[in-house]
Design a protein around this ligand. Structure first.
Ligand SMILES: [Zn+2]
Length: 129
């Protein structure tokens, strides 16, 4: 029983170390989401108002994110889109890994407190009221 618990603790610690190592490997990141938009300028004679085959302008890429309670939306020029997508993916991974780290840390704290409680003498184990 005790051995099993120790193993579990070591497993949690190992998983935390793994998450930390993954975090260190992350490249440039930025929060947000990218949306693609098309528009029509409505100028007479423009391809966007062609009566037979209207072709809207675009795509335009818009990046939206919230940081420090402030929402921002900005346009991203098409040549930068691949890089921005990479940064957004890195941020998603960052969030997932930190979330995982916290989950493991909470689990580890719980285990440690349980261990401390079962190691304590019966009188100490009595809840204070
Ligand atoms: Zn147009």
């Amino acid at each position: 029983m005790w051995y099993k618990k120790t193993m579990r603790k070591e497993q949690l610690e190992a998983q935390i170390e793994k998450a930390k190592a993954e975090l260190l490997k992350l490249g440039p990141m930025r929060p947000g989401s990218l949306s693609q938009q098309y528009s029509a300028c409505q100028k007479p004679g423009c391809k966007c108002v062609d009566p037979v085959h209207p072709q809207k302008h675009g795509p335009f890429y818009q990046l939206s994110y919230t940081h420090g309670g402030k929402s921002t939306t900005q346009f991203v020029r098409p040549p930068f889109v691949p890089e921005v997508r990479k940064q957004l993916a890195a941020y998603k991974k960052f969030k997932a890994l930190t979330q995982q780290w916290v989950t493991l840390a909470l689990e580890l704290c719980k285990l440690e407190m349980q261990e401390a409680r079962s190691a304590a003498s019966p009188s100490e184990r009595t809840p204070r009221s």
